[in-house]
Ligand binder design. Structure first.
Ligand code: SF4
Length: 277
């Protein structure tokens, strides 16, 4: 987990899972892969195994150590709903989020079908929480728009779209039941350019549907220079956040112990072992 994240729309990142596999055009220049692969083979480094999938149970209880409320981006270096993450582990991550309710968690996935399936079943207890925001990535029409539909069908209390990297004009799409939209262009070497009219179209649809709109960046090879103003304005809107009191340290430790115990019970004798080695 890291405080003071450089990601514009969050305060901190929490990574109880590391590594992922590419699934759609938005993954082409995945920053997490580039970062992780830099450390492949470096003994003792958290990313010694590069971008290979790894569960990190010792990170599960980290949110309990944050004593002030934060916006927490869950698995900035992975995708919680990828096929290789077993259901009991996804559930353990959700139990932490439900218990650490003084934070607001942002869970973003490209695996929207599994998100829908689990939130409609074993994760219903987490779907209903208003301090957990469930989001899907939308980079284009072919892969991105069907994810919106999956998210709309999932019984989530708060839903958001991360329209990044925006790779083409999305046209008109349905924003019903969506509580927040983030838009951003790709950055770094080989960045695919984003046209202003594509962004304006999404912003105007958000305006028409009264959905908070956050413009993250234009992106490009020189991201800082290109900035994050749209029509001369910075868009930093968020959904309404709920507040919960921060429990004292002893209660926090008790929560953490409960989670670890229940995880240890689920873990014993299961196939999770090979993914944590
Ligand atoms: S789903 Fe996300 S983390 Fe996984 S490869 Fe694609 S961009 Fe990277």
């Amino acid at each position: 987990m890291s405080l003071n994240s450089h990601i514009e729309w969050t305060d901190a990142t929490w990574n109880p899972v590391r590594g992922c596999t590419k699934i759609s055009p938005g993954c082409k220049h995945c920053y997490a892969e580039t970062f992780a692969e830099r450390f492949r083979g470096v003994k003792g480094h958290p990313y010694e195994q590069g971008f290979d999938l790894k569960l990190v149970p010792e990170k599960l209880i980290e949110p309990f150590s944050w004593r002030s409320p934060k916006l927490v981006f869950v698995n900035s270096m992975s995708d919680l709903f990828q096929e290789g993450v077993p259901d009991p582990y996804v559930e353990a991550v959700c139990r932490v989020m439900v218990a650490a309710k003084w934070h607001t968690f942002q869970v973003l996935t490209k695996r929207s079908e599994r998100l829908k399936e689990l939130l409609s079943g074993p994760l219903q207890f987490a779907a209903k929480q208003d301090h957990i925001w469930w989001g899907v990535s939308v980079e284009d029409k072919k892969y991105g728009l069907p994810r919106i539909s999956d998210l709309q069908q999932a019984p989530a209390h708060v839903r958001f779209l991360s329209v990044e990297p925006l790779l083409e004009d999305l046209g008109e799409f349905d924003l019903s039941g969506i509580n927040w939209v983030i838009v951003g262009g790709e950055s770094g070497p080989g960045a695919r350019p984003m046209q202003p009219e594509w962004v304006v179209s999404v912003r105007n649809q958000c305006r028409d549907s009264r959905v908070p709109f956050f413009f993250k960046q234009w992106g490009g090879v020189r991201k800082k220079k290109n900035g994050r103003k749209l029509d001369g304005k910075t868009y930093d809107e968020y959904p309404r956040r709920t507040t919960s009191p921060v429990p004292d340290r002893i209660r926090c430790l008790a929560h953490a112990d409960e989670i670890l115990d229940s995880f240890a019970r689920a873990f014993r004798g299961s196939s999770l072992t090979q993914l944590t080695a």
